[in-house]
Design a protein around this ligand. Sequence first.
Ligand SMILES: O=C(O)C(=O)C[C@]1(C(=O)O)C=C[C@@H](O)C=C1
Length: 356
Amino acid sequence: MIELDLMPFTLSGLDTERPIVIAGPCSAESEEQVLKTAKKLQKQDVQIFRAGIWKPRTRPNSFEGVGKKGLAWLQTVKKELGMYTSTEVANSQHVEDALKHDIDILWIGARTTVNPFAVQEIADALKGVDIPIMIKNPINPDINLWIGAIERINQTGIKRIVAIHRGFNVYNKSLYRNNPKWHIPIELRLQIRDIPLFCDPSHIGGKRELISPISQQALDLNFDGLMIESHIDPDNALSDASQQITPETLGSILSDLILRDEKVTTEDLADLRKQIDELDDTILEILSERMQIASQIGQYKKEHNVTIFQADRFDEILTKRIRQAIDLGLTEKFVKTIFTNVHEESIRHQNKTMNK
Ligand SMILES: O=C(O)C(=O)C[C@]1(C(=O)O)C=C[C@@H](O)C=C1
């Protein structure tokens, strides 16, 4: 586990009940679009408004954001509606400009998190500042780059840090725009227990119809918040049109979400967990017994000059167990991973015996 000096994501007057929602257009396009969207989002009880001002795009000649002038529009949202505002920063100049315009929360995008130099530059620009910073996962599935960015920002003195899961780049076409690889944010939470986790279903799904199921999945995994792209006229959005939804659609998605508690005390669950504990005991005892037999085989192989690795025998085991596993309702991938690991461990035991 990694110990960081973190504080919960709080802002005065912010309703911190799960899920905390941050919503707004992918990009600020005009003052009118920003204000109209913010007003409609406020009607849906959204308290934190987001809008991209500087947009890192894959190829040049796409809309790259309105730049600094958009910050003034966000300031107007804050002044007129009392909403909290947030935007993405990718370098120290962005940080300076955003702070000058009283932006409440900044986030570091996936294309910036991949670059420790850029993250450090942002961290240096944030010295002495006390606002929440949200850090999206890097575009490649490297948990250490994500952790490294969180550490760099924390070391600068920022304590309110949020990790945003926005999925990982995929080369081949798939259902998702960015592969969620849920095990990575789960691992992040296991390593940094206190980090609030938000999910960005707009970037994971890339399509409007996926926002609801991905948001539900995030809540089922105990995520604390959601960052969702919302535009008054999604079809005509200047960037990422296919993944933006109207404030009204956002409202209905949010009200349909099922909230589940982490803590449970019911007898039934305690009983089922007891059964799992007993089965886990048995699994470990059996594995240990199997390794003892493998060591005996190792002793036999040593005395009779037989090689440790027996490819045909292992193939035979794997084929048989995969067939059996499918009949038992387990997946081939799962059983293959287990038996390959068991085999590796068995070889380690035999190596030890042979070289005693
Ligand atoms: O059958 C053997 O020769 C073993 O040593 C057992 C075992 C196994 O653990 O399943 C281990 C190593 C071999 O490569 C094949 C199988």
